[in-house]
Design a protein around this ligand. Structure first.
Ligand code: SF4
Length: 200
């Protein structure tokens, strides 16, 4: 198979162009996240952890979960947590359900940085908001399918999306959530659902 970065291949195959376009967008994420990190004298993963802690429930705010979420080793995540503890941006709480692990929560200062940093993607969201609704729906549908396949292939771990949820049903070309007891239009499919339950 030829590389999508081979220009002869790229210019004759739409999949290659999409892969390279996604790579450009991931570069934008990297640049924006890096600039946010520098501003706060933190590393990119430390900023990502703060943002994650801000928006997710307690049972997900543990070293083991964060390691899976960010596709990193527990040791790497623990190192970042150690720095965040030292800077008093996070605090540890006892886990009542498991004495061997602890829950990580934001301090007031950590919350402020997380709230501000959570908007680092503004420059990516802005051009998307000017697209017609149908194009946005098509982009979301395509991306959800790609993410699902990457998850199935083991390239990326935890995904809290409808396609991997035990409440999700797909019948007669319609999406249905058995928890919400409601049909889901394509644009209502979730990528990070707080009620997500992994299929067993
Ligand atoms: S619970 Fe959430 S992730 Fe699961 S099917 Fe319903 S909306 Fe989708």
């Amino acid at each position: 198979m030829k590389s999508p970065f081979d220009l002869n291949q790229q210019n004759t195959k739409i999949e290659s162009k999409i892969v390279v376009a996604l790579e450009r967008i991931s570069e934008a994420f990297r640049v924006l996240l890096w600039s946010e990190s520098k501003e706060n004298s933190l590393s990119p993963i430390q900023i990502q952890i703060l943002i994650f802690l801000l928006f997710h429930s307690e049972e997900k705010c543990k070293v083991s979960y964060l390691a899976e979420e960010f596709n990193m080793t527990k040791a790497t995540v623990s190192d970042s947590i150690r720095v965040l503890l030292k800077k008093e941006l996070v605090q540890k709480f006892h886990n009542p359900n498991d004495t061997r692990s602890y829950i990580i929560g934001l301090t007031e200062q950590g919350k402020q940085i997380a709230q501000k940093s959570a908007n680092f993607t503004f420059n990516i969201e802005k051009p998307l908001s000017s697209l017609p609704e149908d194009q946005k729906k098509d982009i979301l549908t395509g991306l959800l399918k790609v993410i699902y396949q990457l998850n199935k292939a083991g390239v990326i771990t935890i995904q809290r999306m409808c396609y991997t949820c035990s409440y999700y049903q797909h019948e007669n070309n319609e999406h249905f959530c058995n928890l919400l007891q409601s049909k889901l239009a394509s644009k209502e499919l979730r990528i990070d659902c707080p009620e997500h339950e992994f299929k067993s």
